[in-house]
Write a protein that binds this ligand. Structure first.
Ligand SMILES: [Zn+2]
Length: 262
């Protein structure tokens, strides 16, 4: 009997506390104002200007207002956030991802990046845009051959502008791909095609960003490459788009990497 009385008393106190903490003191302003608006008989809320022209679609707002920039490693070559540039080679330098899968065209990407790429290309195709992968994972050994070839043809200086040294290429992470379409494959004209502009605008929805944007060679070490996309996951890609920070280096506060340090 005593227990019941105590329980009843506790319940009463809880009810009173919840009551007094009601609308006035909770931080949940939105429901309060919404219910207040609903309670009144005022005309349509000013927050829904349905009569005006539809606004230009902004980048999707992130689910969380604060983004944890330390959420994943930028050093671990297995991390989808790994930052590889001319000052940050893969470690170990001949790293090879363990979860490569083959995608359309016979190219390889890490499983997560491959799924996202397949989804992205399917979404583009649904809008009538033919975008194809032209290059994806490149092993350390492959890059050795590719780089050596470029050096032989153009000399060391020019080769280093065009192709990353072995161990310094994002393609070795299995998270980067070169895409083409609109009659322009792996060339700067891709930026002017509907396909290229679609990739830049919609890539983040699938976790892809244009890794070497225009005007950032001093930061990334590479000229504008509208065709080179890098998978970083949807959360980071949309955060980069939302904030307008153009490079991973700037987002993570890393020093610019315009060239090799040795
Ligand atoms: Zn590339």
């Amino acid at each position: 009997m005593l227990v019941l009385v105590v329980l009843a008393a506790v319940a009463a106190v809880v009810l009173v506390v919840r009551d007094t903490r009601g609308p006035g003191s909770t931080p949940a302003a939105a429901p309060t104002s919404a219910s207040a608006a609903a309670a009144t008989t005022s005309p349509p809320a000013p927050t829904a200007p349905a009569s005006t022209a539809p606004p230009p679609a902004p980048p999707p707002a992130p689910a969380t207002p604060t983004f944890d920039r330390a959420g994943q490693s930028i050093d671990d070559p297995n991390s989808t956030w790994v930052v590889v540039n001319k000052a940050r080679p893969l470690a170990p330098i001949d790293h090879a991802p363990a979860d490569l899968v083959t995608i359309a065209g016979g190219y390889q990407l890490r499983a997560e990046a491959a799924r996202a790429m397949t989804d992205m290309l399917a979404a583009a195709a649904a809008e009538g845009l033919g975008i194809t992968v032209q290059s994806a994972y490149r092993s350390y050994d492959y890059q050795v051959g590719l780089f050596g070839n470029q050096v032989a043809r153009f000399g060391q200086t020019q080769a280093e502008v065009q192709v990353a040294r072995p161990g310094f290429s994002e393609h070795q992470t299995g998270l980067a791909a070169d895409v083409g379409g609109g009659g322009c494959d792996i060339e700067s004209c891709f930026a002017t095609t509907v396909e290229g502009q679609w990739v830049a605008a919609n890539g983040p929805r699938f976790g892809y960003v244009v890794r070497y944007p225009d005007g950032r060679q001093d930061v990334t070490g590479f000229k504008y490459e509208p065709w080179h996309v890098r998978y970083v996951g949807v959360a980071l890609a949309t955060e980069l788009q939302r904030t307008g920070v153009p490079t991973l280096e700037e987002f993570f506060g890393l020093p610019p990497a315009p060239g090799y340090t040795s």
